[in-house]
Design a protein. Structure first.
Length: 96
Protein backbone atom coordinates (compact mmCIF):
# COMPACT_ATOMS: atom_id res chain seq x y z
CA UNK A 1 0.00 0.00 0.00
CA UNK A 2 1.08 3.51 -0.77
CA UNK A 3 1.09 6.19 1.89
CA UNK A 4 1.52 9.76 0.69
CA UNK A 5 1.70 11.64 3.95
CA UNK A 6 2.51 10.82 7.56
CA UNK A 7 -0.79 12.37 8.70
CA UNK A 8 -2.98 9.63 7.28
CA UNK A 9 -6.19 9.17 9.28
CA UNK A 10 -7.18 5.84 7.82
CA UNK A 11 -5.38 3.59 5.42
CA UNK A 12 -7.54 0.64 4.46
CA UNK A 13 -8.31 -1.13 1.24
CA UNK A 14 -12.05 -1.08 0.69
CA UNK A 15 -14.28 -3.50 -1.14
CA UNK A 16 -17.47 -2.25 -2.70
CA UNK A 17 -20.01 -3.47 -5.18
CA UNK A 18 -17.75 -2.29 -8.00
CA UNK A 19 -14.74 -4.26 -6.82
CA UNK A 20 -11.61 -3.68 -4.79
CA UNK A 21 -10.36 -0.17 -4.19
CA UNK A 22 -7.35 1.26 -2.43
CA UNK A 23 -8.32 4.28 -0.31
CA UNK A 24 -6.54 6.68 2.02
CA UNK A 25 -8.38 9.19 4.21
CA UNK A 26 -6.44 12.22 5.47
CA UNK A 27 -7.27 14.62 8.28
CA UNK A 28 -5.06 17.67 8.82
CA UNK A 29 -4.89 20.12 11.75
CA UNK A 30 -6.71 22.79 9.68
CA UNK A 31 -9.84 20.55 9.60
CA UNK A 32 -9.40 19.80 5.92
CA UNK A 33 -8.35 16.50 4.48
CA UNK A 34 -8.67 14.26 1.47
CA UNK A 35 -9.93 10.97 0.21
CA UNK A 36 -7.42 9.43 -2.19
CA UNK A 37 -8.73 6.41 -4.02
CA UNK A 38 -7.64 4.08 -6.80
CA UNK A 39 -9.69 1.27 -8.23
CA UNK A 40 -12.47 0.28 -10.55
CA UNK A 41 -14.78 3.15 -11.44
CA UNK A 42 -12.44 5.97 -10.37
CA UNK A 43 -11.05 8.64 -12.69
CA UNK A 44 -7.72 7.17 -13.77
CA UNK A 45 -8.28 3.59 -12.69
CA UNK A 46 -7.45 2.09 -16.08
CA UNK A 47 -4.08 3.86 -15.99
CA UNK A 48 -3.39 2.90 -12.36
CA UNK A 49 -3.78 6.53 -11.27
CA UNK A 50 -5.56 8.11 -8.30
CA UNK A 51 -8.68 10.21 -7.73
CA UNK A 52 -8.68 12.79 -4.93
CA UNK A 53 -11.55 14.57 -3.19
CA UNK A 54 -11.09 17.39 -0.69
CA UNK A 55 -12.75 16.74 2.66
CA UNK A 56 -13.92 19.12 5.39
CA UNK A 57 -13.77 17.59 8.87
CA UNK A 58 -16.18 18.33 11.71
CA UNK A 59 -14.99 16.35 14.69
CA UNK A 60 -14.58 12.75 13.64
CA UNK A 61 -16.77 12.97 10.56
CA UNK A 62 -16.02 14.42 7.16
CA UNK A 63 -17.93 15.72 4.16
CA UNK A 64 -16.86 16.28 0.58
CA UNK A 65 -15.84 19.91 0.14
CA UNK A 66 -16.32 21.55 -3.24
CA UNK A 67 -15.59 25.10 -2.08
CA UNK A 68 -11.81 25.50 -2.08
CA UNK A 69 -9.35 27.15 -4.42
CA UNK A 70 -7.91 23.69 -5.05
CA UNK A 71 -10.97 22.34 -6.86
CA UNK A 72 -14.75 22.49 -7.03
CA UNK A 73 -14.96 18.79 -7.95
CA UNK A 74 -12.85 15.67 -7.56
CA UNK A 75 -9.41 15.55 -9.17
CA UNK A 76 -8.74 12.50 -11.29
CA UNK A 77 -5.84 10.95 -13.20
CA UNK A 78 -3.27 11.91 -10.53
CA UNK A 79 0.11 10.22 -10.24
CA UNK A 80 1.95 9.81 -6.93
CA UNK A 81 3.71 13.18 -7.12
CA UNK A 82 0.50 15.03 -7.99
CA UNK A 83 -1.30 13.45 -5.04
CA UNK A 84 1.52 14.45 -2.66
CA UNK A 85 1.54 18.02 -4.04
CA UNK A 86 -2.24 18.35 -3.69
CA UNK A 87 -2.13 17.03 -0.11
CA UNK A 88 0.44 19.72 0.71
CA UNK A 89 -1.88 22.36 -0.79
CA UNK A 90 -4.81 21.07 1.30
CA UNK A 91 -2.68 21.25 4.46
CA UNK A 92 -2.07 24.95 3.74
CA UNK A 93 -5.79 25.90 3.50
CA UNK A 94 -7.06 28.28 6.17
CA UNK A 95 -9.43 26.75 8.70
CA UNK A 96 -12.75 28.55 8.29
Amino acid sequence: MKKFDNEVHECNPTTGFLGNKEQYIYKFPNNYGASVIRGYGTFGSKEGLFELAVLRWKGNTSELCYETEITDDVLGYLNDEEVAKTLDEIKQLEDK
